[in-house]
Write a protein that binds this ligand. Structure first.
Ligand code: BTN
Length: 318
């Protein structure tokens, strides 16, 4: 009902709409219209009400609620079903539970804060308010060993989205750290449920520091607002991330990893650099040559040998 009222407001631009008109259009009583206006106000919408004029929308909240994220969203898969929360333990956990119960591909879980945000390799993802925490349910027809590619595909989508939102040269540090000016603004955690040779579903979890204050972020991290030196709206960021991620996920599903890998190379902060990779208990040093067709990083080690690495943490040599 709230979404329908917002659609009526949108049609009227910023002019007045009478309670009677709304109640007729929605087929509900004027008291019910008033109650829904109160719900919208509680969500953060600025609604003026004046006797004999009716209602007028004067401001919208920058909140990650379905009513806002869905307006004008140019995505047909990601976001067709949005579950949004003010606070959750982990959007990945909630999305995983939904996927197990059969939630459709494209279902998205969004939170404005996480209490137990999960990072890669069992780490914590600090998730204060002012960030954006999204998990998407994908059901790709791939083998479990191919799932690393889905993470890289998503990284390309997030990178492209953040470039559009900030107009900054956002880069990807292999495998999936999204960086601005050498600082991390976003990370991706992919989890899956699979049988022996087929993936049942993949949960792609994306965490973005949109405007959280620096003191709440870990060392080496920044936020979009800080990097862009201007406030960056969360709703716009969420829409762009969903649109670009959908574009690259569809490209991957239709034409495979190759075309997305080309884009990944363009956004890469890693290729051609002298790096150190911590992977499991090993520390490897060398030049990052490429990402191969499986999404593995190809490293030319200082002893001249090449190694393919599927996961690890990269640091740059100075
Ligand atoms: C990383 O370590 O770089 C990956 C961080 C991924 C964080 C996101 S926030 C949304 C989703 N829910 C989680 O608990 N983690 C991912």
């Amino acid at each position: 009902m709230e979404e329908k009222i917002l659609t009526i407001f949108a049609k009227r631009k910023s002019s007045w709409v009478s309670g009677e008109e709304i109640s007729k259009e929605l087929g509900v009583s004027r008291t019910s219209v008033w109650k829904h206006m109160e719900i919208l106000r509680a969500l953060g919408y600025g609604i003026e009400a004046v006797p004999h004029h009716g209602y007028r929308l004067i401001s919208r909240p920058d909140r990650l609620i379905p009513e806002e994220v869905r307006v004008g969203l140019r995505a047909s898969l990601l976001g067709r079903n949005i579950c949004s929360y003010t606070s959750l333990d982990s959007t990945n956990d909630t999305a995983y539970a939904l996927a197990e119960k059969g939630a459709k591909e494209g279902t998205v879980v969004i939170a404005e804060e996480q209490k137990r945000g999960k990072g890669r390799q069992g780490r914590q993802w600090i998730s204060p308010k002012g960030g954006m925490y999204i998990s998407c349910i994908i059901r790709p027809d791939i083998e479990p060993r191919e799932v690393a590619k889905v993470t890289l595909v998503t990284a390309v989508g997030v990178c492209a989205a953040l470039r559009e939102v900030t107009r900054l040269p956002v880069m990807i540090k292999w495998p999936n750290d999204i960086m601005i000016g050498g600082k991390k603004v976003s990370g991706i955690l992919t989890e899956m449920k699979a049988e022996q040779d087929r993936v049942q579903f993949v949960i792609v979890g994306i965490g973005i520091n949109v405007s959280a204050p620096a003191r709440l972020l870990p060392k080496g991290a920044t936020s979009l607002s800080r990097a862009a030196k201007t406030p960056v709206p969360k709703v716009l960021t969420a829409k762009k991330v969903l649109e670009y991620c959908e574009y690259y996920i569809m490209l991957f599903k239709k034409r495979g990893f190759e075309p997305v890998r080309d884009e990944w190379r363009l956004f890469s902060a890693t290729l051609g650099k002298q790096i150190t990779i911590h992977c499991h208990d090993e520390k490897l040093e060398g030049e990052a040559l490429d990402v191969d067709k499986d999404g593995a990083l190809v490293l030319r080690m200082d002893n001249g040998f090449q190694r393919r690495i599927l996961s690890g943490d990269v640091t740059f040599a100075h």
